[in-house]
Design a protein around this ligand. Sequence first.
Ligand code: ZN
Length: 503
Amino acid sequence: MNERLAELYSLASEIWDLERASGLLSWDEETHMPPGGAAARAEQKATLQRLAHERWVSDRLAGLLEDLEPVEQQLEHDSDEASLIRVMRRDHQKARRVPAELHAEIVREGSLGYQAWLEARVREDFSILLPRLERNLELRRAYIECFGPQDDPYDVLLDDYEPGMKTSDIDPVFAQLKRALVPMIAAVAEADPVDDSCLRGSFPVDAQRRFSLWAMECWGYDPDSWRLDKTVHPFATSFSTSDIRLTTRFQEEHLGGVLACLHEFGHGLYERQVSPSLERTPLASGVSAALHESQSRMWENLVGRSLSAWRFLYPRLQHELSAQFGEVPLETFHRAINKVQPSLIRVEADEVTYNLHIILRYELEREMLSGELALPDLPAAFDAKMKDYLGLDPPDLVHGVLQDAHWSDLGFGYFPTYTLGNVISVQIWERARADLGDLDEQFEQGEFRPLREWLGEELHRHGRKFTARETVERAAGGPIDPGPYLAYLERKLNDLFGAAVTA
Ligand code: ZN
């Protein structure tokens, strides 16, 4: 290997090790650390992140990337080496554009904003958050300015989560979704609600955990490379392609922790199936928030809420939780876990209504950024959109504008990735079905390997080698298109309610 290229690999591994070590500290913080560790842990993480950041902006990296330009010309675009040079150049240039003081202030304001959000929720008082939000927006605008003139300033924020994606890619997708979903959901609100009473009761936590591990092992979880731990807000992370950490929260009263496992499994599998040739480089993880979410939603919803998968899984659930499900027919359970009904809280929303929660937040954050919406008017604007899109009146701020932390800690630009993930998941799913034949028949037999391996081949193995946009086109066979997703939702509503809702 070219000597300079070997040096780049060495620096890449150093950065990777620092970042993953910091990630491990975060994982521990949210799973095992006693509360007394918080202050020291914040310092430890900051130190590791600083060391990584110094390497990203270093002259050493700049020199290597410059020297490697002629080498890059000779390499195949798709090769690991060319991809590493390309992606590290991109990350390096982005990191260099933001002055260290601004970067530090954004981090600091993020945690102040988050604390203000917690307090505003407890006291149900938006004015506690307002000055922090004003400051957050100023900082976001300063951040955008670091990148020079833009077609749309929001592009800069989006790029942090969806490399290469533009606001102009999203707008038509969301417009089409909104046109179709608003009337669909208005009709759902009129229909008789689906009976989901079998999902309420008492579900022993040990049995939920045993069932979840068993189900995930059927899908591809293997204890040599995966772990499942307890946390407050479920998430997945990884420290190498053979060290995948899932977290969940099982609660006695409902099966939310089981469904969280099925969701986090999809995130974990993406990381697990990144090509080992990318290990210990910044390429060894999922490419973007939306692509990641497409994988978690696929396993949670397209596999994990399908009748065919439950034909295989349900007998085991009935066995583990016989007092609750022993007498409940499979079809009743299946309808219950697919219930659709407008509700106030985004994170508890069903597959269909979820997207309108996202679209309204996307619209509001763009209006805040452009100045079109003055921040003191945000709570009223939020409620007005809830009424327009979902037909609901939030009774208080906690069930309204204060339900999410994203804006308080500067997470502007993140919301759209959730719905993009839903849309992309069905595009990829349709391609998998075309290639793999009757997936339902396979799932009924407990056969999940063909889907898993297909995803590895078509998507997961590439890691971060290509931009989010290129990766979607490779995996989905074309640009983002809400058509297949809307058709899927229509089929779902038809099954649940009959033609009345989907007309
Ligand atoms: Zn997720």
